[in-house]
Unconditional design. Structure first.
Length: 120
């Protein structure tokens, strides 16, 4: 299967973490500009994708996708939130978003632990 490529989730950091330190970023295989499209392509059997556990958790839990290796690499890019000062609605949204992200991270930790114990 080809490697599904996206500039938003490059292969080189994962390959380097896997010990393939002399391997450059692959230049062959489908190139997609959206993480959702990359995940959809993997679901359709069009190739192998790197995916954020927070985006692929349902597909992994339901067995539609598999994580063949326990190796995970932190995302290189992070999001920030800016909001209007002294806006109760914006502050409430920020609090909800923070709690939601923490819950997703907790689920991802459980998934990583299950994957690690399953590969031993």
């Amino acid at each position: 299967l080809p490697l599904l490529r996206t500039p938003l989730q490059p292969w080189a950091p994962w390959l380097h973490a896997a010990g393939l330190t002399d391997t450059p970023e692959p230049d062959e295989g489908p190139r997609l500009v959206d993480l959702g499209l990359t995940l959809a392509a993997a679901l359709a059997g069009q190739g192998v994708a790197l995916a954020r556990l927070s985006l692929a958790r349902h597909e992994l839990a339901e067995g539609r996708l598999v994580q063949p290796f326990a190796l995970t690499v932190p995302a290189e890019r992070h999001y920030g939130l800016v909001l209007h000062r002294h806006s109760p609605a914006a502050e409430a949204f920020a609090a909800w978003l923070h709690a939601h992200c923490r819950a997703l991270e907790a689920e991802a930790e459980v998934q990583r632990a299950e994957n690690s114990s399953g590969s031993a």
